[in-house]
Each structure stands twice: as C-alpha cells, then as structure tokens.
Ligand binder design. Structure first.
Ligand code: SF4
Length: 400
C-alpha cells in the first residue's frame, strides 16, 4: 500500500506533487517563482546527510536554479511583511483594549481554531501567513516591477509541513479562482525531487538571492521558524512604532525556553505600557491555553501559537525523531538564532525591500490594498468535526 505521512491536525496527507513542479519548470510559457520557509534552510541539509542545523540557504538557492526555477525568493521576506501588518493590527487592538490578539501564521493552528474554537476566531489576527503573503505579492507587485504577465507566474513553496498544502486551497485566498501559491512541496518531497534530478546538496556551490524586490530578509524574519520567534519579531517592530526608537534588548532570551506555554510581561513604553504575552507550541498546550481563555483564567494581550512542538523547525514535513524530544529542532533553532545575530538588519521595519513595497505599492500597513492582498478571514467549521465523527462511527445508539 501507499505510505502517507499525516500532519498533526489531520489537515492533509502528504501527496507527492514533485511532478507538478517539474511541469511548471519545463513549461516555456511559465515563469516559476520558488520560495522556501525560514525553517527549511536549517533542516534541509539533513536530507543529504549533513549534521542537524547546517545552514544550507545558499545550496537551496543554487539547487533551485539548477532545477530551472526562474526566480528564487525567500519566505522570510513575507515574514517581515507579516510583522508590519500584524504589528499594526496589534497596536490598533491594544489601543481599543481588545485582547488577546492571537497570531495566525500557522495554518494547522488556523484549522484547529476553526474546527475546535470557532467562538475564539475574532481574537485571531487577520494577517495571512508568510507563504500566503509571498504568493500574493509575487503575483501582483513582482510582475508589475519586472514587466511579467501575472497569469503566467506559478508560485512553488518549499515548506516544513503538510498544513501549508491545505492552506493554499483555502477559498478565501487567491484572486478570482487563481491561487496565490500554486504548489507546496514539503522538505521531504523537495529532497526527493532534487535526488531524482541528480542534484546533491553536498556538491552544489552555494549561491545568493538576487531578486531586487522580494528576497531581502531580516533577523526578525528568520526566527519565525521557531516557537517564540514571531513574538520576538513583532515586539521589535511594535516597540519602535510606539517609542520612535529601537528596542535595546532585542533578544528575548528569557522567552526562548521549550516549556509548552511561556508567558511574560513586557514594557512597550509610550501610550501602551506593559503588555502580557504568551507563547504556546503543540496542540495539547494550545488547547489548554484556549480553554483557559474561554474560562476567563488567562489574561494576555498577545499570544503566539505554533501547532508543532518547537515550531516549524520540527514541522511535520521534516525529519523528526520520536525517541527524543526535539533532538534536531534544538540544533536547527540554534542556527536560526545565529543567523539573526549575524544579520545586518534585525527588525522587519528596517528591511529596505519591505519599505519599497509599502512606498511603491501598498501604501501603509493595514491600508485597503494591504487588507485586500495580505489579510484574510476565518470561518466556523465546527460542523466538519461532527460530520467526521458521524461519518467514521455512524450514529451510535446505546441500548439500555
Ligand atoms: Fe506548519 Fe508546524 Fe510550522 Fe504550523 S508550526 S506552520 S504546522 S510546521
């Protein structure tokens, strides 16, 4: 039989779509755009026998070009844009005393919320995930800048989980039936594709990004791939907006543990003052936190949720060990923090290409255009859960 690997939320089984990617690449009428998630560069080397946590960003860029991809972009760029949108949203909500605001960049968490906690959906940020943001901008802003036909662009994502495959077919994403992202390959599938095409990451000369519009990223963008990273990235930008100056202590090391739920009080200064933040990773911990919110026992302003324990660095599409808690994820995360530490620019709002995107195209964060392209909405899908249970078990009648 066929072996399938399933995402923790049961979102979708891993369906091999490597052929579709090759069809796009070999189609002379099509311009292919490939993006890869923050966590991919620190986990992908293991597929080729490298030690966990090896940073293979340059090799991935080179391998994608050797495959024949036309434009290689970084999902980290999308992460920086997400911070601009979500940070602005958070500030508005804090000013209106609406709380908590919950992050929305993990599609497995979105599915979980829609099915299990529809009553909490108004608390979710409406900002799309980094992969969805890159997809939308790659089919609007990028072709406008590069003189390409948007209809002939195909966006390929390399992602750490199967939930990202499910995300791209959400009816509320895309434009007039055209998806923003056309196909998602997991880490494992991408490795299979490269091997099939005779490409070995160990012997490829690393390359660098060269797209002048959507490939620059900051340290804040890269740490999106680990639990607590979105929170850190957001606070760096929100602090600047509130105080007009950069946050001195930008590494929130006290929040970098692996406890299922971590919380803290952070002083944002200005007219905002102290905010209570929390981070949960893993769906069990997430459920506990949501139950506490419903019971009025959790008083937070901003909450980050990642469905996978550890975050995307240990996503369901990557190599994982069940024997030991997060053995690879720890190394991958270390590398990720190292990339942030060495980055020339470490705050999303200081990304020059992001600034240009707002100046030339979107206007300002949360503008009408930004809302149209970069935000979304969620729906109550509780019925799906009941339906599934009935479909599997039928009506159970107890005889007394
Ligand atoms: Fe995917 Fe897991 Fe990351 Fe969520 S936390 S986006 S499910 S890899």
């Amino acid at each position: 039989g066929q072996c399938v690997l399933v995402c923790p939320t049961g979102a979708l089984a891993e369906k091999d779509e490597t052929d579709r990617v090759l069809d796009y690449i070999y189609d002379p009428e099509v311009t292919t755009v490939l993006q890869f998630a923050p966590a991919i560069r620190v986990g992908f080397g293991e597929e080729f026998g490298m030690p966990p946590g090896t940073n293979v960003e340059g090799q991935i860029i080179a391998a994608a070009r050797k495959l024949g991809v036309d434009i290689v972009l970084d999902t980290n760029f999308g992460a920086d844009v997400v911070i601009m949108e979500e940070g602005t949203e958070l500030l508005h909500r804090l000013a209106e005393r609406k709380k908590p605001t919950i992050t929305s960049c993990c599609p497995a968490w979105i599915n979980f919320a829609e099915i299990h906690y529809p009553e909490l959906l108004p608390l979710l940020s409406s900002t799309r995930s980094p992969q969805a943001v890159v997809g939308a901008i790659a089919k609007t802003y990028l072709p406008a800048k590069m003189g390409l036909d948007p209809k002939r662009i195909r966006v390929i994502s390399i992602m750490p989980c199967t939930a990202k495959k499910d995300e791209i077919v959400r009816p509320q994403l895309g434009e007039d039936g055209t998806p923003d992202v056309d196909v998602v390959l997991t880490t494992r599938e991408f490795a299979r594709l490269l091997k099939r095409e005779g490409l070995d990451l160990n012997t490829i000369e690393p390359s660098t990004f060269d797209n002048p519009y959507m490939s620059e990223y900051t340290g804040a963008g890269v740490i999106f791939g680990t639990t607590g990273g979105v929170m850190e990235a957001a606070l760096r930008t929100v602090y600047k907006v509130v105080n007009g100056k950069e946050l001195d202590q930008i590494e929130l090391t006290q929040l970098r543990g692996f406890e299922g739920v971590r919380s803290a009080t952070v002083d944002l200064g200005g007219n905002i003052g102290e905010v209570k933040i929390a981070m949960a990773h893993g769906l069990g911990e997430t459920r506990a936190l949501m139950e506490a919110i419903k019971a009025g026992e959790a008083d937070f302003d901003f909450i980050e949720i990642m469905a996978c324990p550890g975050g995307c660095v240990d996503g369901g599409g990557t190599l994982r060990s069940k024997k030991q808690y997060l053995p690879y994820a720890l190394k991958r995360r270390e590398t990720m923090f190292g990339i942030d530490r060495k980055a020339k620019v470490r705050q999303s709002h200081n990304n020059e290409q992001v600034k240009a995107l707002y100046r030339d195209f979107l206007g300002s964060p949360n503008s009408e255009k930004a809302h149209h392209l970069l935000h979304t909405f969620y729906t109550d899908r509780k019925a799906e859960l009941e339906l599934t249970v009935k479909e599997i078990w039928g009506e159970i009648k107890m005889s007394t």
